[in-house]
Design a protein around this ligand. Structure first.
Ligand code: BGC
Ligand code: ZN
Length: 375
C-alpha cells in the first residue's frame, strides 16, 4: 500500500513509501475499523514536518507517515464494533490519549502530559496512505451530503474547540450575548472561523494584510462578514470603527499580533489564540496599558490547540448550517486538488509556493457517484 512519509529530522525527506495494508487485528478487542482513505488535506504543519522543524516518528519506526486532515470510508469492521457499518463516511480525530486525567476522560486535546501523540504529526503514523485501522472512539461519522467538504472537518474542529471554549468561559458572566467578533488572519483557519461565527449570528470583522482584489476577501463578503486590510486600516483603528469586539479569534500565525488583539478586546471580552508559533521572536509592547485594559475590563485570553471528537461533531453541525445559509461556500475553499499520492512533489510545491491556495488536498481514492452505507 502506498503512503507519504518523511524521515523526521531530515529536511525535504518526503517520499512515497510502500507499507503493508493494516488489518482489523491491529486494534484490540475486535474493535477495529478499517477505513479507506478518500481525501487528505495538508497545511502548515505538514510543511514544517517536511522542513524537519516539527514531528516525530512512532517508536520503533525511522519514518513518519504524514497527513492529519482525512476523510475516509469504512470498509470493514471488527466483530464487536456496533458504531459503524461498511460504507459510512468518517473523519478521524488526530490526537491519541496519553496518561493525564484529561486524556482518560476523552479530553485528550487538553492533555497536561509533555509528550503528546498525534496521528501524522507526532509519534503516530498519519493518513496520507490508502487504508488505516482505528478504534471507533476516534472516528466521527459524516453525513453523505457533506462528502464533498468533509476533508475540511479537521481544521474546522480546531476552530470549533476555540469557539466552544470561549462560550464555556463566558458563562462566568451569567449572561453573554456576543454581538461583534474579530477574526485576525484570513487564511484557511480565518475563513473557517468567520464561517463558524457567522452561523452563530455574530457580526464578523476579518482582518488580513492583503489589499486590492483578493479571493478570500470576496469569500468573507459572501458570508456577510467584513474584510479589513490592516495595511490600509491598522487593527486598533478597525476596532474603533467596528468594535467593541466581544470575541477575537487570532489566527495570523504571528505572535506579535496577539498584543494588539489584547489591547483592542472589548470589555468582558474573550480572546482566543490559535497560532502555533515555533520561532523565538521578541517584541516590545505597551505592558502597562495592556494590563490595565485587561484588569479594568475583566477580559480573558485563552490558548487552544487540537480537538477531541465533540468539536468534530460541532463542526459537522456547523457545516450543515453553512450549507443551508451559504450554499456551496465551503467547497470554494477546496482550491488546489492533487490527484493521487504519487503527485506528492506537486502537493508540497502548492503548499509552499502557491500563495492563492486556500486548501491543498490530495484525492487519494476518488469515488464515482455514491457509495451508500450497508446497514
Ligand atoms: C493540527 C492539530 C494539532 C496541531 C499541533 C495542527 O496542524 O491540525 O490537530 O494539534 O497541529 O500539532
Ligand atoms: Zn493541521
Amino acid at each position: 500500500m502506498k503512503a507519504l512519509a518523511v524521515f523526521p529530522g531530515r529536511a525535504g525527506s518526503l517520499h512515497l513509501a510502500d507499507l503493508p495494508r493494516p488489518t482489523l487485528a491491529e486494534i484490540p478487542g475486535g474493535r477495529g475499523v478499517l477505513v479507506k482513505v478518500l481525501r487528505v488535506g495538508v497545511d502548515g504543519t505538514d510543511k514544517e514536518i517536511n522542513a524537519a522543524e516539527y514531528g516525530a516518528a512512532p517508536p520503533g519506526s525511522d519514518f513518519l507517515v504524514i497527513g492529519h486532515e482525512c476523510l475516509g470510508r469504512v470498509v470493514e469492521v471488527g466483530p464487536t464494533v456496533t458504531e459503524f457499518v461498511p460504507g459510512e463516511l468518517v473523519v478521524p480525530t488526530v490526537r491519541r490519549p496519553g496518561g493525564s486525567l484529561y486524556d482518560r476522560i476523552g479530553q485528550y486535546d487538553l492533555t497536561t502530559d509533555d509528550v503528546y501523540f498525534e496521528r501524522g504529526i507526532n509519534l503516530r503514523h498519519g493518513f496520507l496512505t490508502e487504508f488505516f485501522a482505528e478504534d471507533p472512539e476516534y472516528l466521527v461519522r459524516v453525513p453523505e451530503r457533506l462528502a464533498p467538504v468533509g476533508v475540511l472537518l479537521e481544521p474546522t474542529s480546531v476552530i470549533e474547540k476555540g469557539i466552544v471554549q470561549a462560550y464555556e468561559i463566558q458563562r462566568r458572566l451569567k449572561v453573554w450575548h456576543p454581538r461583534r467578533a474579530a477574526v485576525l488572519g484570513t487564511g484557511t483557519i480565518g475563513l473557517l472561523a468567520s464561517m463558524a461565527l457567522r452561523v452563530r449570528g455574530l457580526e464578523v470583522t476579518a482582518v488580513g494584510r492583503r489589499t486590492g482584489p483578493y479571493r478570500n476577501a470576496e469569500l468573507l463578503r459572501e458570508l456577510g462578514a467584513r474584510y479589513v486590510s490592516s495595511t490600509e486600516t491598522p487593527f486598533p483603528q478597525a476596532a474603533k470603527e467596528h468594535g467593541p469586539f466581544d470575541l477575537i479569534f487570532e489566527a495570523t500565525g504571528s505572535a506579535a499580533i496577539v498584543f494588539e488583539a489584547m489591547e483592542n478586546l472589548g470589555k468582558n471580552g474573550v480572546l482566543v489564540l490559535s497560532s502555533v508559533t515555533g520561532g523565538g521572536r521578541a517584541v516590545e509592547v505597551p505592558a502597562d496599558r495592556i494590563n490595565l485594559g485587561f484588569v479594568l475590563g475583566n477580559k480573558v485570553m485563552v490558548g487552544t490547540v487540537n480537538a477531541n471528537r465533540d468539536y468534530f461533531e460541532a463542526g459537522v453541525q456547523d457545516f450543515s448550517r453553512a450549507e443551508l445559509q451559504f450554499p456551496e461556500w465551503l467547497s470554494k475553499l477546496l482550491t488546489h486538488p492533487v490527484d493521487g499520492l504519487e503527485k506528492y512533489r506537486e502537493m508540497m510545491r502548492l503548499l509552499t509556493e502557491e500563495r492563492s491556495a486556500i486548501k491543498v488536498f490530495v484525492n487519494v481514492a476518488p469515488e464515482g457517484s455514491s457509495n451508500p452505507p450497508r446497514r
